[in-house]
Design a protein around this ligand. Structure first.
Ligand code: THU
Ligand code: ZN
Length: 157
């Protein structure tokens, strides 16, 4: 049985595209939207928020923060879309973006916590046909709670 329905992919991509429009990126002008589908089948999204100190928040961090603030800690599927200001990515050409190294580490925190290997929606073969990649592929041999003897069991929620 398939893990996800095509409609779930479309809904998640739409959420990422929508929230990207709220990105605040006057410095890089690269606008990013991220959307997370959780274990409870809710969608949380976030955009990048830059600041003059050049230490802004990435879209994936915003989406994770929204998820945690809503009381969820088990992300299953992530979509990230990014494009320069003025570009208008769409469902047919979403311009999937890989999470950066810092975000991979933050996402891995929740894989460690919840036990799911996060799926990440990737490049289109043809419009509407997607490919899934796992976070463990993007961040192999990762550093996590076990390395420092921390047991996250009671934090799973
Ligand atoms: N950015 C993200 O939001 N997520 C990533 O994982 C890659 C980079 C943002 C940070 C910055 O605001 C802009 O994209 C250009 O790097
Ligand atoms: Zn990042």
């Amino acid at each position: 049985m398939e893990k996800y329905h095509a409609a779930q992919f479309d809904e998640l991509i739409r959420a990422a595209l929508q929230v990207r429009l709220q990105a605040y990126a006057p410095y890089s002008r690269y606008q990013v939207g991220a959307a997370i589908l959780t274990e409870r089948l809710k969608i949380y999204s976030g955009c990048n928020v830059e600041a003059a100190d050049y230490d802004g928040t990435h879209a994936e961090e915003s989406a994770l923060a929204a998820m945690v603030a809503a009381g969820e800690r088990a992300p299953r599927l992530l979509v990230v879309v990014g494009a320069l200001e003025g570009a208008l990515p769409s469902l047919d050409a979403p311009n999937f973006t890989g999470p950066c190294g810092k975000c991979r580490q933050k996402l891995m925190e929740f894989s460690s916590l919840c036990g799911y290997d996060l799926d990440i929606l990737e490049g289109i073969r043809e419009p509407g046909v997607y490919k899934l990649r796992q976070l463990s592929e993007l961040l192999p041999a990762s550093f996590g709670p076990a390395n420092i003897g921390v047991d996250l069991k009671k934090y799973r929620g």
